[in-house]
Write a protein that binds this ligand. Structure first.
Ligand code: ADP
Ligand code: MG
Length: 604
């Protein structure tokens, strides 16, 4: 007898189910996606005991007639593609015709469906892949599917389920994705008879975010400055600079309506934020990418979570650009408000003519007139303005205008410096309340931009070494170095080839004072090499600059005198990205009167 046999259909389905249906959240995903593909306006999901005991999805979509209702339970039965050709350009969420048979093979499955306008609907009951009955029914138009006792016939699978709470949170996350991805559809989620939410259909993404996650998150978002290049359109909302999370849970990206995880996308988002994102933190994004379905392959992952791009570089470029532009919007609003202050124009000019100051400001050669008290500044909403460090003994009245958080209209507030807390945080008062500025972070940002400006322009001035040094490198490093001498020169490092595998160094950047120049150069080369893998030449070296800026910036505990404080704030205000340090940490924080009133119980 032959050793090889074809598996019976129900076993084959269970094998397939192993790929598609991992846990209750996967059932929810497949059923909800089917409802979306069916053109539903409203989708209700009810789960019990984390979905393990029951998952019920009710929609008002197109429904199915009796034949289709039976056919959809067969493997590879789909209404969404017809030929192999169609696989090359998929515009629906489903296409494999595998989900329903998979779910039905690992649960007690029932379906009731009715087309709009049909006289009767169809009810089908399936147990572990075997049809128990098919009959006419009188349900409302649309489709209701229930999957009970998930994996009851696959104990091995069932053992891998986590606690009900964990499974519930996976379901909630999945629903979150779908709800964000489809604001025009109303969603209801009920968990163990508890209404988790009831989201009305809305026309704008921001309304959906607000309904789902509350006004606080909505206020931290910027509308993506949509970009439209190479057949790619990018829209959505992203967190303002300084807004980040410690996990990717809020980094949500849809490609043609499908939530995806993809390293090209992740990388591009990080690159777009660049210094506005803290190391180890993830951005908050609700990004929608629309592109030619033929340019993206969604048929690479059983649960269709991952995608591949025909041309990742174009997408990456488009994403980086839209994030960058969007972040700059915040800055534009900020600047617009800033330059509105009546006293401000003279003040800003003063600040500008003083740019290109010594990189590491020697204390006290700041010559500012005493009218700095009218310095108008504006922090972006949710963020604060920088102040400078000093001791509490220096009360300075500095004023700034501040843009109202959450409003597009800038207000002309004035800041007043109240003093310095813990030798680090400058306390300021503005119209909305209290502003705290981290003097160190503020100074880092100023130095960073200054160094970068010089690097992009003439280059950072180098300081000749009395005795040139020679450095020996491995052949691979040697090739790389030879090709990147320009970048190093711009950084103020005088370096030339000096025979096989050897380089001569005769100058080092002024701002890098070190007793170990060789060590320093090696470190820089290593760091540059790492960043160069996929970054543009301009970006090369920015990390090095950032860490250098950090080492030289005014530290906590450094005492700054009043004029220095004022100068620090002015310089910060003149920065491109004033609200965060080059590592993405905020430079300033606003605590509004409203928050204070709540804390003091004056307001509920
Ligand atoms: P796929 O979504 O890949 O086509 P499924 O097994 O998920 O495969 O569904 C099979 C078919 O059943 C779908 O192509 C669709 O025609 C039909 N179907 C499934 N769910 C629904 C629904 N909620 N409303 C209407 N039709 C549905
Ligand atoms: Mg499907």
């Amino acid at each position: 007898m032959s050793r090889i046999q074809l598996l019976p259909e129900n076993v084959a389905s269970q094998v397939a189910a192993g790929e598609v249906i991992e846990r209750p959240a996967s059932v929810v995903k497949e059923l909800v996606e089917n409802s979306i593909d069916a053109g539903s306006k409203k989708i209700e999901v009810m789960i019990r005991r984390g979905g393990i005991s029951s998952i019920r999805v009710v929609d008002d979509g197109c429904g199915m007639d009796r034949d289709d209702a039976l056919l959809c339970l067969e493997r590879h039965a789909t209404s969404k593609i017809r030929t192999g050709h169609d696989l090359a350009a998929i515009s629906t969420l489903g296409f494999r015709g595998e989900a329903l048979p998979s779910i039905a093979s690992v649960s007690r499955f029932s379906m009731a469906t009715r087309e709009h306008g049909a006289i009767a609907g169809t009810e089908i009951m399936v147990n572990g892949g075997k049809i128990e009955y098919v009959r006419d029914g009188g349900e409302a138009p649309g489709t209701q599917i229930e999957a009970r006792s998930l994996f009851y016939n696959l104990p091995a699978r069932r053992k891998f389920l986590r606690t009900e709470n964990t499974e519930s949170s996976h379901v909630e996350h999945q629903m979150h994705l779908q709800a964000i991805g489809h604001p025009k559809i109303g969603f209801v989620l009920v968990n163990d008879d508890r209404l988790i939410y009831q989201l009305p259909a809305v026309t704008n993404l921001i309304d959906r975010v607000r309904d789902l996650s509350g006004p606080a998150l909505a206020a931290e978002l910027l509308e993506v400055r949509g970009i439209n290049t190479g057949g790619i359109t990018i829209t959505g909302l992203i967190g303002k600079p300084g807004v980040s999370r410690s996990s990717r849970a809020q980094q949500i990206v849809f490609i043609n309506g499908r939530a995806v995880e993809n390293s090209t996308v992740n990388y591009a988002l990080r690159e777009g934020y660049h210094t506005a994102l803290m190391k180890g933190q993830y951005p908050v994004t609700f990004i929608f990418i629309e592109m030619d379905p033929a340019a993206v392959d969604v048929n690479v992952h059983p649960a269709k979570r991952e995608v591949r791009f025909r041309d990742p570089a174009i997408l990456r470029e488009a994403l980086v650009e839209s994030v960058r532009r969007t972040i700059e919007t915040g800055r534009e609003e900020w600047t617009a408000a800033f330059s509105k202050g009546p006293v401000e124009i003279g003040r800003r000019e003063a600040a500008i003519t003083q740019t290109t100051p010594p990189l590491i400001p020697e204390t006290a050669q700041v010559t500012l007139r005493r009218d700095w008290s009218a310095l108008p500044l504006q922090p972006p909403s949710g963020l604060t303005q920088p102040a400078s460090p000093a001791q509490s003994s220096i009360p300075l009245p500095v004023e700034q205008s501040e843009p109202a958080p959450d409003t597009k209209k800038p207000r002309n507030d004035h800041f007043k410096v109240l003093g310095v807390l813990g030798k680090l945080y400058v306390l300021m008062e503005n119209e909305s309340g209290l502003v705290l500025v981290d003097q160190h972070a503020a100074h880092e940002r100023i130095l960073f931009e200054e160094l970068r400006r010089r690097m992009e322009g003439q280059g950072v001035p180098g300081q000749r070494l009395l005795m040139p040094l020679t450095i020996q490198v491995a052949p691979r490093d040697g090739d790389w170095l030879a090709q990147n001498l320009d970048t190093l020169h711009k950084m103020g490092i005088g370096i030339e080839p000096f025979g096989a595998g050897t380089f001569k160094i005769d100058a080092l950047p002024q701002f890098m004072q070190t007793g170990e120049p060789m060590q320093l150069v090696r470190e820089i080369i290593d760091e540059l090499r790492q960043t160069s893998v996929s970054t543009s030449k301009m970006r090369l070296g920015e990390d090095v600059i950032a860490s250098t800026a950090c080492r030289h910036a005014v530290k906590a505990n450094d005492y700054l005198r009043e004029p220095e404080l004022v100068k620090l704030i002015q310089d910060l205000m003149a920065c491109e990205l004033p609200y965060c340090c080059p590592h993405g940490r905020p430079t300033m924080i606003q605590i509004s009167y409203l928050e204070l009133e709540k804390k003091f119980g004056r307001k509920a």
